[in-house]
Each structure stands twice: as C-alpha cells, then as structure tokens.
Write a protein that binds this ligand. Sequence first.
Ligand SMILES: Nc1ncnc2c1ncn2[C@@H]1O[C@H](COP(=O)(O)OP(=O)(O)O)[C@@H](O)[C@H]1O
Ligand SMILES: [Mg+2]
Length: 298
Amino acid sequence: MNPVETTGLSKKFGDVTAVKDVSLTVHRGEVYGFLGPNGAGKTTTLRMLLGLIRPTSGGVRLLGKPPGHGYLDRVGALIEGPAFYPYLSGRKNLLVLADHAGVARTRVDAVLGTVGLTGRAGDRYGTYSLGMKQRLGLAAALLKEPELLILDEPTNGLDPAGMADMRVTIRELAANGCTVLLSSHLLAEVEQICDRVGVITRGELVAETTVAELRAGGTLRVVAHPFDQARTVLTTLLGEAHVAVDDRVFDLEVEPGRAAEINSELVGAGLAVSEVRWREPDLERAFLELTGGGNGVD
Ligand SMILES: Nc1ncnc2c1ncn2[C@@H]1O[C@H](COP(=O)(O)OP(=O)(O)O)[C@@H](O)[C@H]1O
Ligand SMILES: [Mg+2]
C-alpha cells in the first residue's frame, strides 16, 4: 500500500481549474517533492489530500483510506502558517497542543529536540524568527509520531542557513522511517532533499520521476590534441553515438567514473590531454523540457 495515492484529482474554484486530473503516488519511506511554480496548484492538492477541501472530482487515498476515515492521527501536516499563541513560549504552545491531542507531554521535549529548538523553547512565540516559527510548526506536526508528513513549502521564507537546517531535519525524519511529501517551487531544493519528484504546472502533473533520473545526462568534457586522432580513439572506445563534438571539444555520454580510464586511453595513444572534466546536467533545462518551457520555477 502506498502512503499517498490520488487518481484523477481535480479542483475547480468557480471557473478556475486549480488542479486538473492529478494522479500521483508517494512510496513508503521516500521524500517526495511536489514541484511547481507559484499558482501551479500545490497547496490546493495538499489541502485535498488532508480533507481540508473537497475535490471537484477524483479520488484520494492516504495510508490506504479515503479522507475522513480516521488516519489523521498517523499523518502530520504543515500547511499555511500554523496558528500559535504569540504570548506563550514555543514549549507552552506545544504543551497546549499535546494536551488537546491526548499526546504524552514527554513528546514535547522530544520534538523540540528533533527540530533543533530546545535552546529557544522557553521564549515567546511572538519573538521567533520566521525559521523558528516554521520549525515549531514542524514540531507540532511531529507530536503524534506520524508515519506520513505533508509539508507545504517547508523552507519558504527561510534564510539559507534555516533552509539547510530544515533540509537536514527532513532527511533525518525520512531516515527514521517517516514518509514525507513536501511541496516546493525551488528545483534545487527538491533536488537536494527528495528521492522522487512530481512536477505540476497550471494544475497538471506533467512528470513524475526520480531525482536521479532528472540528474542523469551529465557529460564528460574532454579536450585532446591532435583532434582527429583523439576522435578516433574515443569513438573506438565508446562508440560513435556517445561522442558528441562541439567546436573541437568532446562531450562524452559516459558515467563520471570512467574519466580516469578515458584519460589514460588518450594518453596511452600518445595524445596531449588538456581537459577532462565532468559537467553536471543542466537541471533547469531538463525541468523546462518537462514543463514544456515557460512558466518555470523561479
Ligand atoms: N480558495 C480559492 N478560491 C479561488 N481560487 C483559488 C483558491 N485557492 C487557490 N486558488 C487558485 O488556484 C490556483 C492554484 O493555487 P495554489 O494551489 O495555491 O497554488 P500553489 O500552492 O502551487 O502556489 C491559483 O490560480 C489560485 O489563485
Ligand atoms: Mg502554495
């Protein structure tokens, strides 16, 4: 059973189709990135998943059940800024929530530790930075020890250090067995935290793939002299199809691990090798190709 499955999920607000025919699957134990520009339909989709709004059509199954069937204790969510009391401390806010949810009070210090807020837990919520507020929101979502976490733009508005902290925390949660579905409008962020990615633009899921696949397609750039001899050596070794040439520079479609071998083949054939360098694939371009260009992430 997959923790999240939607089939043909759609939502209209009047004449506006916010989400159109979205069928996505989140596998157990993975961090799934729901990636798309602002206004693409991410929040609307996540709200439907949680039963906060009703789909116009299509189905949702969370932990194998349709919305409203008692799975919410096993799902933690952070959608839109959580409401906390500004005059209470972070810890006191969580204690209120824990009591309300019937969660043991010992969980409060545990989740404060998980999100790295122990040192500031006694300070008033109203004095927290955006990053601390976001971390407290995550702590609240973790109170019930959820097996599935749904996070809407968890790093939005954070400074680079806060973003990095949040990423580490999310990866740690996943390493401890929690399945995570998070949305983001940042390609680089999804690339760093997620195992798989679903790309949404204008309400439609245009791709669902692994981050590894998205990242595939780097090339080994080689410059060697004399050029014609180098070309002969490389095409013999790799086959014509894997040797692209641009202005006397070779772009080889190989695994990065073959750099040393290729270098020594060229040198062994008496050639002068002036460059062997791995070039990362252009993720931004791959993303634009997936989304059909335009309306990309910012
Ligand atoms: N409650 C609502 N009423 C009307 N339109 C809405 C409502 N919520 C979202 N929308 C519209 O649906 C589209 C998708 O919005 P949203 O799901 O918030 O996108 P994202 O989270 O990807 O930025 C946008 O065009 C937005 O204006
Ligand atoms: Mg949103």
